[in-house]
Design a protein around this ligand. Structure first.
Ligand code: FAD
Length: 599
């Protein structure tokens, strides 16, 4: 039913309509030697300079420690991966910067400080700074001489970020802005030299972004927040009382602040998806090793099915998260290149490409943050009582993981954004969802997907195509029923978002499994793909049914449920054996590593 897209690059959200050719799906195994060397040198830095200090960082024994580590990262070039060479940066490809975010992810608090500095604090200047502002600040942010923070959230304005009360007033002689306001939860706040601050000028409807240097009269801070996790990262409340800044410290145009905030958050979201991976691999490796060493009932606990089940699920989810993040990262990268060929400059190309893939960025953020919670939780469980002790390497990752579902837009807001964006794109005819959904609804013929083990991947893609029809059915039905009122039916929107996420996860996982399998015939790829099929079918079925029974009358709901059941009916693999095979494979390998899992 779904035709392949033969154009050069993929379009954001298009995965819901078309089957993409395997050659267009980038997988982690595709990284070249240069990129792997960059990953190695970043790993070296973390292993020598950051990881041994994890406890000290967490205890905040020395408040200078975090800024010193950022300075060292700057000396190695790690703060300027996405910045042009004219400002001392490395101008690396989008997916290379994803790879570095992935590796840094293992460091918890440092990862938050690094992400806040290189992402939400530096990128507004890169994309919206004028030449003077870039000259003045970007070099320092890249070298690490300057540290940055991003001040959007306020006590009464979190998810509803554009409702902030901070105000900017132009002085009578127009030479200065006077800023008043209170910002909350500001990462790097305690040591930042530069604050990107969002405030409304006079009675404007929308925010404007400003650059504020530290040390000015009127800037005050509360003490460091006492947090649940990432305890070593600086998080402050900052007060701006009649702070005077030069009027040319406005960033971008008046009332462009919300757009700036959202655009950098899109980048932050996909990087957060990648940023959980290092942490997941660390926890998996500890879990593998501990489960082989810990003896109970005269046997290593790794020999128990219950532990194998956990290890397998932790690994498959991490594998899937890698699959979606690097697929989406490369799709963005290819689009950037295409826009450049069409005549846009690099910054414009990057911003347009990221915006185009905002749905995929949100998917990576949600899926990554939720599998991280799963992985650390099962990691603690595998360690038993020791998992609850600060002596074992599980307590800190467990605490540090929880923030990821909250910042860079909560997962609820991101779920709403996925469906809202697709609705908007459909209304504007940028993507043909309504037309296809109408066809699927009218055609309502029940599906019958036949599985053939001789043609495992082909049958699996038949399944994915029918899952896409299932999505089109529930999406189209909800849009028809609620029309423009759908936004107040958040439960249904969340259901639809979960179906979308699972389709992207399953398809990306299958493509990666197939690509590796075609290369080396490693049978474990069949097992991983089966585990992913099993997990995602049940999520899709559950949320599809929940969405239709939330508003349809019994008769219509019955017809929809029959259709959903037919779309999600597939071969019953022996999932116990599948999970045992996956766990045994990695127990033998003793690790789930970045690059060498399937050789
Ligand atoms: C450790 C840490 C570091 C941070 N770093 C920064 C930083 O550097 N800079 C910065 O500007 N901010 C930062 N933040 C703030 C962070 O981005 C916000 O906490 C987040 O956006 C949520 O806002 P809130 O806390 O006000 O929660 P609220 O918006 O009050 O949300 C509370 C709950 O209600 C839900 N909710 C809210 N609105 C809706 C809606 N319309 N529909 C459905 N559900 C809804 C949310 O999903 C959430 O579950 C940080 C926060 C923390 C904890």
């Amino acid at each position: 039913m779904n035709k392949e897209n033969n154009s050069k690059s993929v379009i954001g959200g298009e995965f819901l309509l078309n089957e993409v050719d395997i050659s267009k799906v980038f997988i982690i195994e595709d990284f070249n030697e240069d990129q792997r060397m960059m990953a190695d040198s970043c790993n070296d830095f973390l292993e020598k300079e950051v990881i041994p200090l994890a406890e000290k960082i967490d205890n905040k024994e020395n408040p200078d420690l975090m800024p010193e580590l950022l300075t060292k990262a700057g000396e190695l070039g790690l703060l300027g991966l996405s910045i042009g060479e004219e400002y001392g940066g490395m101008n690396m490809s989008f997916n290379t910067s994803m790879l570095i975010a992935d590796i840094v992810g293992i460091t918890g608090s440092f990862s938050t400080a690094y992400g806040a500095h290189t992402g939400i604090a530096t990128l507004p200047l890169k994309y919206y700074g004028n030449d003077d502002q870039k000259e003045k600040y970007l070099n320092g942010l890249v070298s690490g001489e300057l540290k940055g923070a991003y001040c959007l959230t306020e006590p009464n304005s979190g998810s509803d970020a554009n409702s902030g009360k901070s105000r900017a007033k132009l002085s009578k002689d127009k030479s200065k802005y006077i800023i008043n306001g209170q910002k909350m939860w500001i990462s790097n706040g305690g040591f930042a030299d530069l604050f990107i601050v969002f405030a409304k000028i006079d009675n404007d409807k929308n925010l404007t972004a400003f650059i504020i240097e530290k040390g000015l009269d009127g800037i005050n801070m509360n003490p460091e927040e006492d947090k649940l996790g990432i305890k070593g990262s600086s998080t402050r409340q900052i007060f701006f009382n009649d702070v005077e800044i030069p009027s040319n410290n406005i960033l971008g145009n008046r009332e462009e602040g919300f757009k700036i905030a959202l655009n950098v958050l899109n980048i932050g979201r996909i990087k957060l998806g990648a940023g959980v991976l290092g942490g997941c691999r660390g926890v998996i490796d500890h879990s593998i090793n501990y489960s082989k060493e810990r003896i109970q009932f005269n046997l290593p606990i790794a020999s128990f099915g219950a532990i194998k089940y956990k290890l397998s699920n932790m690994i498959v989810k991490t594998f899937s998260c890698e699959s979606i993040c690097y697929r989406a990262g490369d799709d963005i990268e290819q689009k950037i290149k295409e826009f450049q060929v069409d005549g846009k400059n690099l910054n414009e190309s990057e911003l347009s490409a990221i915006e185009l893939f905002s749905v995929e960025c949100a998917i990576c953020k949600i899926y990554g943050s939720e599998i991280l919670d799963y992985v650390v939780d099962e990691g603690v469980q595998i360690y038993g009582g020791m998992g609850y002790s600060e002596e074992a390497p599980m307590a800190r990752p467990y605490r540090d993981a929880r923030i990821s579902r909250i910042y860079e837009g909560t997962n609820e807001i991101n779920r709403m954004l996925i469906v809202g964006t697709l609705l908007k794109k459909s209304i504007k005819n940028e993507i043909n969802l309504f037309k296809k959904a109408t066809k699927v609804i009218q055609d309502a013929k029940l599906k019958k997907i036949v599985y053939s083990s001789d043609n495992h991947f082909k049958s699996s893609y038949d399944l994915v195509n029918s899952l896409k029809d299932c999505f089109l059915h529930i999406f189209g039905k909800a849009a028809l029923h609620f029309n423009d009122k759908i936004k107040s039916e958040q439960e249904v929107m969340m259901n639809i978002a979960d179906v979308i996420i699972s389709i992207y996860v399953l398809e990306s996982t299958l493509k990666r499994c197939q690509k590796i399998y075609l290369n080396n015939k490693n049978k474990i790829m069949i097992e991983i793909s089966k585990a992913s099929i099993y997990a995602n079918i049940s999520i899709i079925k559950h949320h599809s049914i929940e969405s239709v029974i939330s508003y349809m009358d019994k008769n219509d709901a019955r017809k929809s449920i029959d259709f959903i059941n037919s779309c999600t009916e597939f071969e019953n693999f022996n999932i116990k054996e599948v999970n045992r095979n996956i766990a045994n494979y990695f127990l033998d390998k003793k690790s789930y590593s970045l690059f060498n899992n399937f050789k």
